[in-house]
Write a new protein. Structure first.
Length: 151
C-alpha cells in the first residue's frame, strides 16, 4: 500500500512538472511575431549580443525600429508613410537581416527571419493601400416608358 501511494505521488509530481514545462514552452514569446515587445527585445538583443551590428548599422537600426514602433503606436501614420521612408525601411531591414544572418548565433538568425517577416507584412499592407475593396459599376438610369396596354 505504501509503495502504491508513493508511486501515485511520484506520478502526480512528474505530471505537474511536465505540464508546467509544456505551458512555459507554449507561452514563450518568440521573435517572429509582430508585437510591440518584440521591437524592444530586438533592440536589446542587438545592443547586447550583436554590438558589431549595432555599431556599424546604427542608422539602419534606428530607421527599422522607428517604422516598427510607428506600426504599433500610430497605425494611420504608418499607413500614410511616404515612399522615401518606405524605401529607407526596406533597405535598412534588408541590410540588418543580411548582417544578422551572417552571424553564427541561432538567435541572430531567428531575428533575421523576424525582420524579413515584418518587411513582408509591411510591404503587403502598403501595397494594398489603393486597392478598392468594393467595385461598384455605375450604370445609366433607364428611361421610363409608358406601357401601352389595350383595355
Amino acid at each position: 500500500m505504501k509503495k502504491q501511494f508513493r508511486a501515485i505521488i511520484l506520478v502526480l509530481a512528474l505530471g505537474t512538472f511536465s505540464a508546467n514545462a509544456q505551458a512555459g514552452i507554449n507561452t514563450k514569446v518568440s521573435g517572429d511575431k509582430l508585437t510591440a515587445s518584440s521591437a524592444n527585445e530586438f533592440s536589446t538583443f542587438v545592443n547586447t549580443k550583436a554590438r558589431k551590428v549595432s555599431r556599424k548599422n546604427d542608422v539602419d537600426l534606428k530607421k527599422y525600429l522607428e517604422v516598427v514602433n510607428l506600426y504599433h503606436n500610430s497605425p494611420v501614420a504608418f499607413f500614410n508613410l511616404d515612399e522615401a521612408n518606405k524605401a529607407e525601411f526596406n533597405n535598412a531591414s534588408a541590410l540588418l537581416s543580411e548582417k544578422l544572418n551572417g552571424m553564427r548565433k541561432k538567435e541572430a538568425k531567428n531575428w533575421a527571419k523576424s525582420i524579413q517577416l515584418n518587411k513582408s507584412v509591411f510591404q503587403f499592407i502598403w501595397s494594398n493601400r489603393n486597392t478598392p475593396t468594393n467595385v461598384i459599376e455605375i450604370t445609366p438610369a433607364q428611361a421610363l416608358v409608358d406601357a401601352v396596354t389595350s383595355l
